[in-house]
Design a protein around this ligand. Structure first.
Ligand code: AMP
Length: 183
């Protein structure tokens, strides 16, 4: 009798990896953009992604989730809801309405500045930073500095995707990091 082949069970990480779409030469020639929109638009996969990002923190004290402009808002907002804590955005300079502190950082070409409302983080609060993707680490390092300047304690920085070949962890060696899918 012929045996049926063993069932292949995909992990959540595999499912997310399979759904992420590579967009070559976006936003500039030579960059392969990891498009997570197919993960977000799938009702099952979006929920699974939020679970996998939140689960390690369900029994930890997290006072606030900080999400980074812009896809970090989508993931971070849902993670904050799941954890039952507040959400704070780190935005590109000029977008937040109230008084801000700012942090500049260098990119491969040029520089960028991110901002945080000056009253957004209570000193001593336990902060989880969420972003969609770790590339060189400059953006999340700047976000982490903003949080620390207000006295927040960063318990971890978590990403849905990490591009390990860009060695972003080197920029974030002071922090505990985690990522769901690593390329
Ligand atoms: P970095 O500061 O180099 O770690 O860049 C991280 C930020 O840029 C994240 O907020 C990502 O959304 C975005 N990013 C950088 N590179 C990519 C890429 N290849 N695909 C998608 N997003 C990217």
């Amino acid at each position: 009798m012929l045996k049926s082949p063993p069932m292949q069970t995909l992990t959540v990480q595999d499912e997310i990896r399979n759904a992420i779409r590579d967009v070559p030469d976006f936003p500039k020639p030579g960059i392969v953009f990891k498009d997570i929109m197919p993960v977000l638009s799938d009702k099952i996969l979006f929920r699974k992604a939020i679970h996998v990002l939140s689960d390690p923190f369900m029994n930890r004290k997290v006072d606030v989730v900080v999400g980074i402009d812009a896809r970090g808002f989508i993931l971070g907002g849902a993670v904050a809801y799941k954890l039952g804590c507040g959400f704070v955005p780190v935005r590109k300079k000029g977008k937040l309405p109230y008084k801000c502190i700012e942090q500049s950082y260098t990119l491969e070409y040029g520089a960028n500045t991110v901002a945080l409302h000056e009253d957004a983080i209570r000193p001593g609060s336990q902060v989880l930073i969420v972003d969609d993707l770790l590339a060189t680490g400059g953006t999340s390092a700047a976000a982490a500095q903003l949080v620390e300047r207000l006295g927040g304690r960063i318990i971890e920085i978590t990403f849905l995707v990490e591009l390990s070949f860009l060695h972003g962890r080197k920029n974030l060696s002071n922090y505990k990091l985690s990522s769901t899918v690593v390329y």
